[in-house]
Design a protein around this ligand. Structure first.
Ligand code: PLP
Length: 392
């Protein structure tokens, strides 16, 4: 009975979306209480919607190339789900709950053409009964046949509307104004507000995804051994949530963000803005995070055949898949730092947070790697009576 009463109350409050949510026990929206260590933060979200499969595993990682004196662990945030997977899901638990709480009928977000964040938002929105609009930076502004859809496949199959904008568009200057314009016209047409999510979901609401991840980590077996954490940094929200959790629980761990876009000045200023909004005083991003530049190669999203062979080596030796835009660059950067700059580490027990990105592997960029390897690994075996050919 209590369940039906709450369904009714929430349905009244959230309209169409609530009916969808409450028809599934799994995607229930609930009042949010932050962990004790974060209870004094300003701007605490009031609602959370369960999207991620949590807790994600934390285990040792036998990654090739780790110097003998280091022990490496991996936190599997690539396993927060399947179509709905990676680090963005944790942020979306708060952002989409906020959208529902505000009575929005749609969400608008933005990113690169192959954005993991956009794909995750597209899928999560549909699970919650929201319409989704994606503003995508695109090299080719024409609506051509997409041969290697990668993240676009889930975004398109789940019915998001896509807006292709020039590749060199800047968030504050070109993208945010477009999102706001779109929100106005959606509200006029549908009679319901649209909710704008910034690039990567990295704002003072989304950051609670990784404040909560910290809460998950501190009670997870094996975490008490960890000295250093490494993670890919693209829009800054993941590393921001981690460093806030670390700071508020005694700053025992050193957190390193490998920058895969922008640079440390950009990230520190963005994280400092979030600290300010949450009313965290007396410290700065520069004291809380070691942002490491110098490992993004030729730039965001650009990779070499050497990078692709590296990803293949990781997959073929450990069964873990890293992508060429985020986690691959972060792992490579971490290994390079272990070898050339060990004094950067606080200790020898290091945890890598795998933030997902598997759909990016299907964007066609590593096709030549597939072609080469397929030729070596594939055997034709037409006649069942003949003996198999084995590569030794
Ligand atoms: C797979 C993946 N890993 C890491 C990141 C970086 O996370 P953040 O944007 O929170 O810095 C992103 C998104 O930017 C991502 O899609």
């Amino acid at each position: 009975m209590a369940c039906f009463t709450s369904v009714f109350i929430l349905s009244r409050r959230f309209g169409r979306c609530a009916e969808v949510i409450m028809s599934s026990q799994y995607r229930s929206i609930s009042a949010y209480q932050p962990p004790e260590f974060a209870s004094n933060l300003a701007k605490t979200p009031s609602k959370r919607v369960k999207l991620a499969t949590l807790p994600t595993p934390l285990h040792k990682w036998n990654l090739p190339g780790v110097p003998d004196d280091f022990q490496l662990y991996i936190k599997r945030d690539d396993l927060t789900g399947s179509f709905l997977s990676g680090n963005k899901i944790r942020k979306l638990e708060f952002l989409l709950a906020d959208a529902l709480d505000k009575g929005c009928g749609s969400v608008i977000t933005c990113g690169s053409f192959q954005s993991n964040h956009c794909r995750a938002t597209a899928v999560a929105a549909k699970e919650l009964g929201l319409d989704c609009h994606l503003v995508l930076r695109s090299k080719n502004m024409e609506k051509e046949n997409i041969k290697n859809p990668g993240n676009l496949l889930p975004s398109v199959l789940s019915g998001s509307q896509l807006y292709l904008i020039p590749l060199n568009s800047k968030y504050e200057l070109d993208i945010r104004p477009r999102q706001e314009k779109l929100a106005k016209s959606i509200a006029l047409t549908t009679g319901k507000p649209a909710y704008c999510i910034p690039v990567g979901g990295s704002n003072s609401t989304g950051v609670f995804g990784y404040i909560e991840a910290w809460n998950e980590l501190i009670s997870q077996e094996g975490f008490d051994k960890i000295d250093d954490i490494f993670v890919a940094t693209g829009s800054g929200g993941t590393v921001a949530g981690l460093c806030i959790g670390n700071y508020l629980t005694g700053q025992k761990i050193k957190i390193h963000g490998i920058s895969v876009s922008d640079d440390k000045y950009y990230f520190h200023s963005h994280v400092n803005e979030m600290l300010h909004e949450l009313n965290i005083t007396g410290t700065r991003s520069e004291d809380l995070i070691d942002i490491i530049d110098g490992h993004k190669g030729e730039g965001y999203g650009k990779s070499t055949s050497d990078d692709h062979s590296f990803l293949q080596k990781i997959a073929s030796t450990t069964g873990i898949f890293c992508d060429h835009v985020y986690s691959g660059k972060a792992v490579r950067g971490m290994l390079a730092e272990m070898k050339t700059n060990p004094s950067r580490f606080q200790g020898k027990n290091v945890m890598f947070i795998h933030t997902g990105g598997a759909f990016g592997l299907y964007d066609g960029v590593i096709q030549s790697c597939l072609d080469d390897t397929f030729g070596k690994l594939a055997h034709t075996w037409e006649n069942k009576d003949s003996d198999p050919e084995l590569i030794t």
